[in-house]
Design a binder for this molecule. Structure first.
Ligand code: FE2
Length: 256
Protein backbone atom coordinates (compact mmCIF):
# COMPACT_ATOMS: atom_id res chain seq x y z
CA UNK A 1 0.00 0.00 0.00
CA UNK A 2 1.37 3.38 -1.01
CA UNK A 3 0.01 6.67 0.37
CA UNK A 4 0.94 10.18 -0.76
CA UNK A 5 0.44 12.74 2.00
CA UNK A 6 0.21 16.48 1.49
CA UNK A 7 -0.52 19.13 4.08
CA UNK A 8 -1.23 22.80 4.67
CA UNK A 9 -1.91 23.82 1.09
CA UNK A 10 -3.69 27.00 2.33
CA UNK A 11 -5.46 27.54 -0.99
CA UNK A 12 -6.73 31.09 -1.41
CA UNK A 13 -9.12 32.28 -4.10
CA UNK A 14 -6.89 33.15 -7.09
CA UNK A 15 -6.45 36.92 -7.38
CA UNK A 16 -4.53 38.21 -10.40
CA UNK A 17 -3.13 41.03 -8.25
CA UNK A 18 -1.74 38.68 -5.58
CA UNK A 19 0.95 36.33 -6.97
CA UNK A 20 0.95 34.25 -3.76
CA UNK A 21 -2.67 33.14 -4.39
CA UNK A 22 -1.81 32.04 -7.93
CA UNK A 23 1.34 30.27 -6.75
CA UNK A 24 -0.55 28.21 -4.15
CA UNK A 25 -2.90 26.90 -6.86
CA UNK A 26 -0.09 26.18 -9.31
CA UNK A 27 1.80 24.25 -6.61
CA UNK A 28 -1.26 22.02 -6.14
CA UNK A 29 -1.51 21.59 -9.92
CA UNK A 30 2.18 20.62 -10.05
CA UNK A 31 1.59 17.98 -7.35
CA UNK A 32 -1.33 16.51 -9.34
CA UNK A 33 0.82 16.43 -12.49
CA UNK A 34 3.67 14.76 -10.56
CA UNK A 35 1.34 11.99 -9.32
CA UNK A 36 0.07 11.58 -12.87
CA UNK A 37 3.64 10.89 -14.07
CA UNK A 38 4.49 8.32 -11.38
CA UNK A 39 4.95 4.78 -12.68
CA UNK A 40 3.53 3.34 -9.51
CA UNK A 41 0.61 5.50 -8.46
CA UNK A 42 -0.33 5.85 -4.79
CA UNK A 43 -3.45 3.98 -3.70
CA UNK A 44 -4.77 7.15 -2.16
CA UNK A 45 -3.89 10.74 -1.31
CA UNK A 46 -4.18 11.93 2.27
CA UNK A 47 -4.41 15.65 3.05
CA UNK A 48 -3.79 16.51 6.71
CA UNK A 49 -5.61 19.82 6.77
CA UNK A 50 -5.46 23.54 6.30
CA UNK A 51 -6.63 22.70 2.82
CA UNK A 52 -7.76 26.30 2.43
CA UNK A 53 -6.79 29.64 3.96
CA UNK A 54 -10.28 30.75 5.00
CA UNK A 55 -12.60 27.74 4.66
CA UNK A 56 -14.68 29.39 1.92
CA UNK A 57 -16.78 27.28 -0.50
CA UNK A 58 -15.00 28.94 -3.46
CA UNK A 59 -11.61 27.81 -2.11
CA UNK A 60 -12.82 24.20 -1.81
CA UNK A 61 -14.22 24.50 -5.33
CA UNK A 62 -10.72 25.42 -6.54
CA UNK A 63 -9.22 22.44 -4.68
CA UNK A 64 -11.84 20.11 -6.11
CA UNK A 65 -11.33 21.30 -9.66
CA UNK A 66 -7.55 20.76 -9.43
CA UNK A 67 -7.57 17.47 -7.52
CA UNK A 68 -10.38 15.75 -9.43
CA UNK A 69 -7.86 15.26 -12.27
CA UNK A 70 -5.98 12.76 -10.05
CA UNK A 71 -8.31 9.82 -10.58
CA UNK A 72 -7.15 8.55 -7.14
CA UNK A 73 -9.26 8.95 -3.98
CA UNK A 74 -8.31 11.87 -1.75
CA UNK A 75 -9.15 11.96 1.97
CA UNK A 76 -9.03 15.06 4.14
CA UNK A 77 -8.50 15.86 7.82
CA UNK A 78 -9.81 19.13 9.21
CA UNK A 79 -7.26 21.93 9.79
CA UNK A 80 -7.71 25.00 11.97
CA UNK A 81 -8.16 27.09 8.81
CA UNK A 82 -10.84 24.82 7.36
CA UNK A 83 -14.57 24.91 7.83
CA UNK A 84 -15.93 21.39 8.36
CA UNK A 85 -19.29 21.81 6.66
CA UNK A 86 -17.79 23.53 3.62
CA UNK A 87 -14.96 20.99 3.36
CA UNK A 88 -17.29 17.99 3.62
CA UNK A 89 -19.74 19.47 1.12
CA UNK A 90 -17.08 20.70 -1.31
CA UNK A 91 -14.69 17.75 -1.27
CA UNK A 92 -16.70 14.64 -0.37
CA UNK A 93 -16.81 13.50 -3.98
CA UNK A 94 -13.01 13.23 -4.11
CA UNK A 95 -12.89 10.51 -1.47
CA UNK A 96 -15.66 10.57 1.10
CA UNK A 97 -15.03 13.20 3.82
CA UNK A 98 -17.85 12.66 6.27
CA UNK A 99 -19.21 14.64 9.24
CA UNK A 100 -20.45 12.67 12.28
CA UNK A 101 -22.18 14.74 14.99
CA UNK A 102 -20.52 17.80 13.43
CA UNK A 103 -17.03 16.29 13.54
CA UNK A 104 -14.94 15.19 10.57
CA UNK A 105 -14.11 11.70 11.85
CA UNK A 106 -14.42 8.77 9.46
CA UNK A 107 -12.72 5.56 8.44
CA UNK A 108 -11.20 4.70 5.08
CA UNK A 109 -11.61 0.97 4.49
CA UNK A 110 -10.65 -1.46 1.76
CA UNK A 111 -6.86 -1.03 1.86
CA UNK A 112 -4.19 -3.07 3.68
CA UNK A 113 -4.09 -0.48 6.42
CA UNK A 114 -7.31 1.04 7.67
CA UNK A 115 -7.21 4.83 7.98
CA UNK A 116 -9.20 6.99 10.35
CA UNK A 117 -9.45 10.76 9.99
CA UNK A 118 -9.51 12.41 13.43
CA UNK A 119 -10.90 15.92 13.93
CA UNK A 120 -8.52 17.94 16.15
CA UNK A 121 -9.94 21.35 15.30
CA UNK A 122 -10.59 23.73 18.16
CA UNK A 123 -13.56 25.79 16.98
CA UNK A 124 -12.31 28.84 18.93
CA UNK A 125 -8.56 28.87 18.41
CA UNK A 126 -5.86 27.77 16.02
CA UNK A 127 -4.35 25.15 18.27
CA UNK A 128 -5.74 21.65 18.51
CA UNK A 129 -8.08 19.95 20.92
CA UNK A 130 -10.24 16.93 21.44
CA UNK A 131 -13.29 16.16 23.59
CA UNK A 132 -15.25 13.24 25.01
CA UNK A 133 -17.59 13.14 21.99
CA UNK A 134 -14.73 12.85 19.49
CA UNK A 135 -12.89 10.28 21.58
CA UNK A 136 -16.08 8.21 21.79
CA UNK A 137 -16.60 8.33 18.01
CA UNK A 138 -12.96 7.32 17.52
CA UNK A 139 -13.22 4.53 20.08
CA UNK A 140 -16.32 3.13 18.37
CA UNK A 141 -14.56 3.13 15.03
CA UNK A 142 -11.53 1.37 16.54
CA UNK A 143 -13.77 -1.26 18.16
CA UNK A 144 -15.10 -2.21 14.71
CA UNK A 145 -11.70 -3.58 13.59
CA UNK A 146 -9.45 -4.34 16.57
CA UNK A 147 -7.13 -6.62 14.56
CA UNK A 148 -6.65 -4.56 11.39
CA UNK A 149 -3.52 -2.37 11.23
CA UNK A 150 -4.85 1.17 11.45
CA UNK A 151 -3.30 4.60 10.95
CA UNK A 152 -4.85 7.83 12.20
CA UNK A 153 -4.50 11.05 10.26
CA UNK A 154 -5.17 14.47 11.74
CA UNK A 155 -4.08 18.08 11.54
CA UNK A 156 -2.63 18.88 14.99
CA UNK A 157 -0.06 16.49 16.48
CA UNK A 158 -1.13 15.51 20.03
CA UNK A 159 2.55 15.22 20.99
CA UNK A 160 5.48 17.63 21.25
CA UNK A 161 7.29 18.56 18.05
CA UNK A 162 10.55 19.36 19.74
CA UNK A 163 12.14 21.19 16.80
CA UNK A 164 9.42 23.86 16.82
CA UNK A 165 9.47 27.11 18.77
CA UNK A 166 5.92 26.21 19.82
CA UNK A 167 6.30 22.45 20.31
CA UNK A 168 2.94 21.60 21.87
CA UNK A 169 -0.12 22.50 19.83
CA UNK A 170 -2.98 21.08 21.90
CA UNK A 171 -4.92 23.44 24.18
CA UNK A 172 -5.21 21.05 27.10
CA UNK A 173 -2.47 18.54 28.01
CA UNK A 174 -5.03 16.40 29.87
CA UNK A 175 -7.13 16.04 26.71
CA UNK A 176 -4.05 15.24 24.64
CA UNK A 177 -3.13 12.61 27.25
CA UNK A 178 -6.62 11.08 27.06
CA UNK A 179 -6.26 10.92 23.27
CA UNK A 180 -2.79 9.34 23.52
CA UNK A 181 -4.07 6.87 26.13
CA UNK A 182 -6.81 5.71 23.76
CA UNK A 183 -4.15 5.31 21.07
CA UNK A 184 -1.84 3.23 23.25
CA UNK A 185 -4.77 1.03 24.36
CA UNK A 186 -5.46 0.16 20.73
CA UNK A 187 -2.44 -1.81 19.58
CA UNK A 188 -3.79 -2.00 16.03
CA UNK A 189 -2.81 1.67 15.62
CA UNK A 190 0.50 1.66 13.79
CA UNK A 191 1.02 5.32 12.88
CA UNK A 192 -0.24 8.88 13.37
CA UNK A 193 0.03 11.13 10.31
CA UNK A 194 -0.11 14.84 11.13
CA UNK A 195 0.34 18.32 9.61
CA UNK A 196 -0.07 21.84 11.01
CA UNK A 197 3.55 22.39 12.11
CA UNK A 198 4.61 23.36 8.54
CA UNK A 199 7.78 21.33 9.11
CA UNK A 200 8.96 17.74 8.83
CA UNK A 201 9.16 15.71 12.02
CA UNK A 202 8.92 12.13 13.20
CA UNK A 203 8.69 10.51 16.61
CA UNK A 204 8.31 7.15 18.25
CA UNK A 205 5.38 7.17 20.69
CA UNK A 206 4.60 4.58 23.36
CA UNK A 207 3.02 2.04 21.00
CA UNK A 208 3.29 3.49 17.47
CA UNK A 209 5.12 5.85 15.17
CA UNK A 210 4.14 9.40 14.35
CA UNK A 211 5.15 11.86 11.68
CA UNK A 212 4.46 15.39 10.52
CA UNK A 213 4.45 16.30 6.83
CA UNK A 214 5.73 19.77 5.89
CA UNK A 215 3.65 22.15 3.80
CA UNK A 216 3.22 21.38 0.11
CA UNK A 217 3.84 25.05 -0.86
CA UNK A 218 7.39 26.27 -0.22
CA UNK A 219 6.32 29.82 0.74
CA UNK A 220 4.88 28.87 4.15
CA UNK A 221 7.26 26.08 5.12
CA UNK A 222 9.44 25.95 8.26
CA UNK A 223 12.51 23.92 9.19
CA UNK A 224 15.72 22.83 7.50
CA UNK A 225 15.83 20.79 4.28
CA UNK A 226 18.50 19.33 2.10
CA UNK A 227 19.83 21.37 -0.83
CA UNK A 228 17.36 21.73 -3.67
CA UNK A 229 14.29 20.99 -1.53
CA UNK A 230 13.72 24.40 0.03
CA UNK A 231 12.16 26.09 -3.00
CA UNK A 232 10.18 23.11 -4.21
CA UNK A 233 6.75 21.75 -3.30
CA UNK A 234 7.20 18.78 -0.95
CA UNK A 235 5.04 15.81 -0.05
CA UNK A 236 5.59 12.48 1.66
CA UNK A 237 5.23 8.96 0.32
CA UNK A 238 4.40 6.30 2.89
CA UNK A 239 4.85 2.69 1.85
CA UNK A 240 3.39 0.01 4.11
CA UNK A 241 5.84 -2.77 4.87
CA UNK A 242 3.71 -5.73 6.09
CA UNK A 243 6.80 -7.70 7.17
CA UNK A 244 7.70 -5.21 9.88
CA UNK A 245 4.21 -3.66 10.24
CA UNK A 246 5.57 -0.18 9.61
CA UNK A 247 5.27 2.59 7.09
CA UNK A 248 8.49 3.59 5.35
CA UNK A 249 8.37 7.30 4.69
CA UNK A 250 10.13 9.33 2.01
CA UNK A 251 10.08 13.11 1.69
CA UNK A 252 9.56 13.77 -2.02
CA UNK A 253 10.01 16.99 -4.00
CA UNK A 254 7.49 17.72 -6.76
CA UNK A 255 9.09 17.74 -10.21
CA UNK A 256 8.04 21.06 -11.71
FE1 FE2 B 1 -2.76 24.52 10.92
Amino acid sequence: MLIAQISDTHIIEPDQNDPRTLERVSVLEAFVAHIGRMDEKPDLIMHTGDVTQDGKPEEYETVKSVMSALGIPVFFALGNRDLGANLAEGLKDLGGANLVDGFLIYSVDGFHVRLIAMDTQNRESRIGTTCSVRLRILEELLEEEPDTPTALFMHHPPFEVTTSKYPFQFDDPALADAFLRLISQNKQIVHLFCGHMHRQYSAELETCWASVTPTLPPDNRLGEYEAGYKERPLFQLHRWNPDVLRFETRLTPVEC
